[in-house]
Design a protein around this ligand. Structure first.
Ligand SMILES: Nc1nc2c(c(=O)[nH]1)N[C@H]1C(S)=C(S)[C@@H](COP(=O)(O)O)O[C@H]1N2
Ligand SMILES: [Mo]
Length: 405
């Protein structure tokens, strides 16, 4: 199961991101169809209270098809293979922030982590004043850094899109620390490295997590060294005592257990982490040099996260719940022009209740009233109809979800 899921994670990312999009890709990704995606699964009974539909009675929840039964909300495996998949059906207007113990995990705590009291972060390289920072000093200096969504670049239907969560963070802006060290004129980039000692090798992931960023990119993204999540110290799995957060970039750049920040020039080779994630962060091939990598930003995206069946005046009505996240500050306004369709080739219609997002780094909930004319299999796809806004994964059908009603 473990091995199979990981293979699927990778096959999916490869097929969908590099070739023809989900609908074309599913045909060639043989493994996908072996899962018998349309096997009938009974409606899951919903017992917890739900936002009401006037005059309606809640019948149940329609499970998503075309997705394996990856266990959500369960801590799986260890080290590089450690996973925890967040269940987005539980995101509600009053529960938008993912509790820390439900925040997704990709790579569990390494072996031999030093205690927080003995933790040091070294800032060196092309600087006037190399620094050795005590983790306790960073905790004292940390301020509120807002709510940010994080998504693993390898998030996919094979893990039920569970590698996506939102939390509030506090930490210290990287720019503050870099200014303290004083970059020399030749400095253009920063290599941030984590402590990664995993005694058991993984066939799925490469050990070691370091990423080379352009100084300007880090600054404009508002990158920070995080010391707490949801007002509590980071857990061991989430990078205790210090991790990097680069708002708006994929999780693979958010180095956990940070030990070294090296100021460098633009002639650095790509790190193993950059090479591993080149395809999944939409790079142009696999550049050998770090300077050849584009910012690993998350485009504006949206997906259905829960479909509830209601009975209203003898009629079946479905309410599709979903999330919207990603994109930059400029695309935030476009977020309220979300469109939905239920079959390839069908015309898109406006989502009835558009997502509300407080900030560009956060996510928003949307809902759509859906009255299908007949029972059948449907594919739920979202879009933003605006050529100015980059929505690469949406356009590729990456977040399409299937239901049978
Ligand atoms: N040191 C270290 N940092 C790491 C990783 C890793 O393997 N080692 N994985 C990265 C990846 S691919 C992701 S998606 C995020 C996941 O962070 P989380 O487990 O706290 O959700 O951490 C990133 N930081
Ligand atoms: Mo990731």
């Amino acid at each position: 199961m473990n091995k199979r899921l990981f293979d699927l994670e990778r096959t999916f990312a490869k097929v969908v991101l590099t070739r023809r999009g989900f609908l074309g890709g599913a045909v060639t990704a043989g493994g996908a169809l072996l899962l018998d995606p349309w096997s009938a699964r009974a409606l899951e009974r919903v017992t917890e209270p739900r936002s009401a539909m006037p005059g309606g009675e809640l019948v149940g929840r329609v499970p998503f098809q075309l997705e394996p039964d990856a266990p959500l909300e369960e801590r799986l495996y260890d080290g590089l293979d450690a996973r925890f998949y967040t269940d987005h059906a539980r995101v509600e207007p009053g529960r938008l922030i993912t509790p820390a113990e439900e925040f997704f995990v990709r790579t569990g705590k390494p072996e031999g982590l030093a205690a927080a009291g003995a933790w040091r972060v070294r800032i060196d390289g092309l600087v006037e004043r190399p620094l050795t920072l005590d983790a306790r000093r960073l905790v004292e200096q940390a301020g509120d850094r807002g709510t940010h969504v994080m998504e693993c670049a390898g998030n996919s239907r094979w893990v039920r899109f569970g590698l996506l969560s939102a939390a509030t963070w506090s930490g210290v802006p990287l720019s503050t620390l870099l200014a303290e060290a004083g970059p020399l004129p030749a400095a253009t980039s920063v290599r941030v490295s984590g402590f990664d000692h995993h005694p058991v090798a993984s066939t799925n992931s490469t050990a070691g997590c370091s990423w080379v960023f352009g100084l300007k990119d880090l600054e404009s993204a508002g990158a920070f060294l995080a010391t707490s999540m949801n007002a509590a110290p980071l857990s061991l799995d989430h990078g205790h005592p210090v991790r990097l957060l680069v708002p708006g970039w994929y999780g693979c750049c958010c180095v956990k257990w940070v030990v070294r920040i090296e100021i460098v020039d633009d002639r650095q080779p790509a790190t193993s982490q950059m090479i591993e994630f080149a395809g999944r962060t939409h790079q142009n091939g696999t550049p050998k040099m770090a300077a050849g990598y584009r910012p690993a930003t998350v485009d504006l995206a949206a997906m259905a996260t829960r479909v509830d069946e209601w009975r209203v005046g003898g009629r079946r009505v479905f309410r599709v719940h979903g999330l919207s996240w990603g994109g930059d500050r400029e695309s935030l306004a476009a977020n309220s022009r979300l469109e939905i369709r239920f079959a390839p080739g069908e015309e898109y219609q406006r989502v009835t209740h558009q997502p509300v997002r407080e900030a560009s780094g956060s996510w928003g909930l949307w809902t759509h009233e859906w009255k299908p004319e007949k029972p059948g299999r449907y594919l739920i796809q979202l879009r933003i109809d605006d050529p100015e806004i980059s929505t690469r994964r949406l356009d590729a059908g990456y977040y399409v979800r299937g239901v049978e009603i």
